[in-house]
Ligand binder design. Structure first.
Ligand code: BTN
Length: 322
């Protein structure tokens, strides 16, 4: 067994046992190596920064480190999300762009590309996306729904909903701005960028990019051209990025797999509209040649926003609420 493989196995065992200890003897037995090899591997893991305590009981993780190292993140996510594969790069131009390349190279569905630093992070409608290493959560997820292009845009709405639910699991009250911005107290905390490859009959891949302002501070957010907030600003204390990621994946895949089987968004309409921040409010839809003004009446079974204008409701499938 390679040294790296052993370190990874040990991390998995410590995660499974967390916060309890696992004896060196048990690790050695399960990994098929000597206790000295285990001791050396633990020493390496500590040198890599993992908070592992050694005692007469064995080894244990002191805390769950908020890092994206795949040796740790993959088993951490796999505890709740089967088949997830983590690709981590310290710096990329954009996780969406990187994952598109991997998609063309036949990476499987459920490949997650995550980074600390994006040098050309992209937002919707040609905007850039701001993030900071150690503070932001920026990742992309590869999906291969093998469905016609026309039905796929609702995946971005499911992602927005799953993000809101993930934040709710962590004690926040999140709302949605159509199509898929997530808001806390009316301020943007997360965004979704869905990019799709087109094929004649079906979509061979989709890259779902997600950016969450997790531990950005107030002064980090000041230069942003829109009203933004972060989980840390709202809570007054840091929030583990990996917990946000894991809760998101759990909710998203539950929705996505059910939707993929039925291709019907109807079961999510009520859940989406319950969190929709603009229900019954005057909105401006931007992104087309001309903006559209009207009263937002919520999303329909196609994921379109129903906008009432001059007493008549029209479904809007383009643009976003400005
Ligand atoms: C938006 O609200 O405009 C969408 C923001 C999406 C940002 C994420 S960060 C990870 C992924 N990589 C990118 O370049 N963009 C998305």
């Amino acid at each position: 067994m390679s040294e790296r493989r052993l370190q990874r196995d040990i991390l998995s065992l410590l995660l499974e046992a967390f916060p309890r200890s696992v004896s060196g003897e048990r690790i050695a037995e399960l990994s098929g190596v000597s206790r000295v090899a285990v001791w050396k591997a633990v020493r390496e893991l500590k040198a890599r920064g993992f908070p592992i305590a050694s005692s007469h009981d064995g080894y244990r993780l002191l805390t769950l480190p908020d890092v994206f190292d795949p040796d740790f993140l993959e088993p951490y996510l796999a505890q709740e999300v089967q088949g997830i594969r983590v690709v981590f790069e310290e710096e990329v131009e954009s996780t969406n762009s990187r994952l598109k390349t991997l998609a063309e190279e036949d990476a499987p569905e459920k490949t997650l590309c995550i980074t600390e630093r994006q040098t050309k992070g992209r937002g919707r409608r040609g905007r850039s996306w701001f993030s900071l290493p150690g503070k932001s959560l920026t990742f992309s997820l590869l999906l291969r729904p093998r469905l016609p292009l026309g039905v796929c845009p609702v995946v971005a709405l499911l992602a927005g909903l799953a993000l809101a639910e993930a934040l709710e699991d962590l004690g926040f009250v999140a709302t949605l701005k159509w199509p898929n911005d997530v808001l806390l107290g009316g301020k943007k905390v997360a965004g979704v960028l869905l990019e799709t490859a087109t094929d004649l009959d079906e979509v061979p891949w989709m890259v779902l990019g997600v950016g969450v302002n997790v531990n950005l501070e107030e002064r980090d957010l000041l230069p942003l051209p829109f009203v933004a907030t972060s989980l840390q600003v709202e809570r007054g204390a840091p929030v583990p990025r990996i917990a946000v990621l894991r809760r998101f994946l759990v909710h998203f895949f539950a929705h996505y797999e059910k939707w993929r089987d039925s291709q019907d968004f109807t079961p999510w309409v009520a859940e989406y509209n319950r969190r929709f921040a603009f229900l019954g409010k005057q909105v401006t839809i931007a992104g087309g040649k001309e903006s559209l003004f009207g009263i937002a009446r919520g999303v329909d079974a196609q994921g379109a926003l129903r906008v009432e204008k001059d007493g008549e409701e029209v479904p809007v499938t383009w643009g976003e609420i400005a």
